[in-house]
Design a protein around this ligand. Sequence first.
Ligand SMILES: CC(C)(COP(=O)(O)OP(=O)(O)OC[C@H]1O[C@@H](n2cnc3c(N)ncnc32)[C@H](O)[C@@H]1OP(=O)(O)O)[C@@H](O)C(=O)NCCC(=O)NCCS
Length: 409
Amino acid sequence: MGSASQDTYVLPEATAPSLVLAHPTDTEKHRTWTLNHREWGGALALEEYLKREPYFTTIPLTRDGGMTHWILTDSSWSADRGGNRPVLASCESIRKRVLVASPSDNTVHDGVGHGIGSVFTYPEFRGNRYAARMLNELGPALRKWQSDGRDAVCSALWSDIGKTYYAKKGWAAFPSLHVEFLVSTNHQTGESGGDKVSPITYDNLEPLCQRDEQLLKEKLLHTAQKTSRTSVAFAPDHDTLRWHLYRDDFIASILFKSDPSQSQEPFSRGALAGPQGRRVWALWSRNYYGGGSGSAPADNVDKNTLYILRLVVEPEESSEEGEDENPSEDIHEAFAAVIQAALREASRWHLGKVDLWNPSPTVKKLIDRSGFRHRWVERDEDSIPSMMWYGDEDVRDVEWVANEKYCWC
Ligand SMILES: CC(C)(COP(=O)(O)OP(=O)(O)OC[C@H]1O[C@@H](n2cnc3c(N)ncnc32)[C@H](O)[C@@H]1OP(=O)(O)O)[C@@H](O)C(=O)NCCC(=O)NCCS
């Protein structure tokens, strides 16, 4: 076990039975954020990052206990002694809704899935297997966490350290393909396509999320039948999408506070095109690079990215049934108009590219025929979607449907 006298702590082995998962005090959270600002501060200066992290506990999805902070510490160390008990490793979990369809029945079930983020070990404690120990405790703990007495369906994280570290601990790596559209190579003059799209705002977001969930449930049933595998998706619901948008707003309000040109026309949250029943829409958010330096958006245009959080084709199902069936002309047009809108918005907000994660087979066909210059990227290191499955199936036999950026945390 670890021991402590006054302020001197003897560090325990990572295998010590006295090590436990616990929740950090406010002082400990503050200390952890101060240290991990370099990793996850993006373009925010430390002072702003220290405001953003507690802000998450006030917004949809993560308020009211939706977010949990975890640390690995020694049970013999008191949390009260001036807040200087060592934090051996830390992370967060976010409770999310997941939708599950099994090949053996015709219903989509609602369950709990946990997103895990910010896995971190203080620099002075690295290499001692503390993160490994924390994760080995956390995986089983999340099975029963905030899931109303039932087992959670899964937990997921997005690894920034490659595909093997988390896989060895039970979070299997899933596809990490994205398509990238550079703003600079997809220039169109004028406002071409602008008349065909409507912006998505906070006002029209909720019914689109509801429609998306309805379509996704149909797709899950279809996938489970077609593949004879259990199929799962994170619900692209109003709270989940608003979490991304509120996060984006918080960051942009700081980065653009002294830039009056940006206040004239608000940032659109996405774009929608096509007639009712045959629509295509995308929701997106901005990511400003800065390596925690507090630098200005215009300094890093090449790295700054507009992420398509979710792309919906209404309805996609029939076009995926036949291998040779191609999306109809009106869907092609609507898709092109939406991507064009994303590129325009990216350009206006100092974002050099538009990224879309794991497009479905139908969307791949749309991209290939769209005429937009693009590049396919298989990520090996960053943001690798990784899942631990709490059901009876082997995680490698589970289909993760709509494995897009909106799932990320
Ligand atoms: C990654 C991190 C949490 C590991 O913490 P730790 O307590 O030292 O981890 P452990 O002692 O359990 O494991 C060390 C392992 O992590 C691997 N690792 C650490 N950083 C890595 C990186 N950037 N890329 C790949 N592997 C890495 C080590 O090579 C070692 O591998 P091994 O198990 O094959 O020997 C820690 O280095 C850290 O906080 N890094 C900065 C934040 C970060 O990148 N977090 C992960 C986000 S997904």
